[in-house]
Design a protein around this ligand. Sequence first.
Ligand code: ADP
Ligand code: MG
Length: 557
Amino acid sequence: SSQRETHNFQAEINQLLNLVINSLYSHKEIFLRELVSNASDALDKLRFRSITEPELLEGAPELAIRIIPDEAAGTLTIEDTGIGMTHDELVKNLGTIAHSGSREFLDLASKRGQKDVNLIGQFGVGFYSAYLVADQVSVVSRAAGKDSQAWRWSSDAKGSFTVETAEHATRGTAITLHLKQDQKEFLSEWRLRELITQYSDYVSHPIHLQVKKTTGEGAEEKTETKLEVVNKASALWQRSKSEITDEQYQEFYKHLSHDWEPALTWTHFRTEGNQVFTSLIFVPKHPPFDLDSQKPRGVRLFVKRVLIMDNCEEMLPQWLRFVRGVVDSDDLPLNVSRELLQDSAVVQGIRKHVTKKTLDMLEKLAKDKPDDYRTFWQAFGPILKEGLAMDVEYREKIGGLLRYESSREEGLTSLADYVSRMKEGQEAIYYVFGETRKAVVDSPHLEALKKRGYEVLYMTDPVDEWAIQGLKDFQGKPIVSAMHADLKLKETDEEKREKEERAKGLGPLAEKMKEVLKEQVREVRASDRLTDSPCCLVVPEGGSHAFVERLLRERGR
Ligand code: ADP
Ligand code: MG
C-alpha cells in the first residue's frame, strides 16, 4: 500500500535552510563534497555492520558511490550502496538537528549573515548544502536488511518535506538534485571530474562517474553511457606521504571533522614493531562550537581499513580531546568492543605512541610556525594544560609547550625562554594568578619580585592555578606562586636586620588587626614582600588555593 505524509521541518532546520539559500553565495560546489562525504560514511557503516551480519551484503556485495548527471532532466544524482535509512531515520536525520545549542548558534550566524560564512560552516551544513544548487531535492533510501521498504523524502526547502513509499532495487541511498537554472554547470563531465578529484579523492570506496562515450563514425556513430572510476579508492592514510598533497590532507580533514576551515597542522605516521598501526592526526584551527555536544568527533578507529568506531576516546587522553584523526590498527580484532578497548594492552600501546606523536607535532609547530602555534595556544591551551595535573608521564613535554604572558610585557613566553632570562641568584620561576590581567598586573604580590627585577608569569586562565600545581618544576627550577606565604627570596644580612626591626615595630598593630578580624584570618604578620601597598592577603601553608575557594563559593558551599 502506498502512503504519503507531509512533515514540517524543525524550526532550526528552517533557519539553517534560510542561511544556506540566502547567505552562502560562494563555493556552492561544496555540496558535492558534503553528499559524497555522507555516502562514504554510509558505506563505512554498512561495512562495519556486515562483519557480524554478512547477509546484509547478499545480492549486492559492491560498496560504491555513483554520480549520475542527466542533462535532459536537469538533475544530478548521487547514489550509494551503503547502510540506507528507514522511514523514521529519514524523518529524523533529514528533518531535525541533533546539536545542542543549535538555536543560539543559528541566531548568531543569522545576525552575522554573509560576513561570517565560516561560522555556519563550523556548524556543518551537511546534507542541506544540496540547496545551494538545487531548488528541489529527493532522497530515495532503502535500509540494509531483508524485506526493507524503500522511501522517498522530498522537499523544495519551503518549510516542509514529504515522505512516501518508493521503489529501489537494492539497499542504499540515491539523492537527486533538481538543479537551479543557473547551476547547470554541475552536469558537465569535466566539472564533476574536477570536483571529485579536488574534494573527494580521499574516499576509500570507488566513486563512479557516469560519462558519455561516442564510438564509431558516420552512420555507425552511437553514444552510450558508461561508469568510470574517478578516484583512487584507497584509504588516504594508507598511501605513502609523498603521494599525498596538502590539499588532499585538508579535504580528508574536512570530511573527518566536518570543519569548513583547513586544519592548522597534522602528522601522518606508521609504526612497525610491537603494534602495527597507521595514524593521521590533525589539529583544528579553532574549537568547534559544540566541543561539548553529544556529537564529539575525535579519533576514528579503523581495524584493517574497516571503520569500527567514530569517536574512539581510548586512543588519546582527555586533555588532547581537540585532536581529530584516524588510527588504523592491524592488531585489534574486527569485532573489538568498547569493553575490550578499555583494558587492551594493544590500545594502551597505541595511545602512548599517538600521544607522543601529537606532542612532537605541537613542539614542531611551535618551533617552525610560531604564529600558528599562537593560534593553537589560544584555541586549545586551556585543554592541553589539564594534562599537567592529569598525566604525570607527559609533564615535561607539556611544560615545554606552555605559554604565558609575563611582567616583561612582550607577549607570550615559554618557560624555557623565561629560564634563559632568569636573574643572577634567582632560584625559581614565579607566577601570579588572578581572574583578569588587570588584577594580576596590579597585584601587590609582585612588588618584592619586581623590586629584584624578577620576571613574573601572569596566569589568568581559571584552569591555571590547578594545572600549574601539576608541574612543580621546569628544567630543575621550582615553579612558585607569588601569593604563597612561604615565599622566600634571597636577602642580604642588611635586609634581614631591617626586616626584623620592622616586624617588631608592627607587632602590636598586627595583634590589634587579628583581634578585629577574628575568624576571618588565621594570622596577621609583617611582610617584606610589599613595597608600595600597605597589606595583602596570602594563602597560608596547607591552605586551599584561591581558585579552589572561588569554586566552592560559586557552588554555594
Ligand atoms: P552529518 O554528516 O554531519 O551527520 P548531514 O547533514 O550531512 O550531517 O547528514 C545528516 C544525517 O543524515 C547523517 O548523520 C546520516 O545519519 C544521514 N544521512 C545523510 N546522507 C546519508 C546517506 N547517503 N546514507 C545514509 N544516511 C545518510
Ligand atoms: Mg555530512
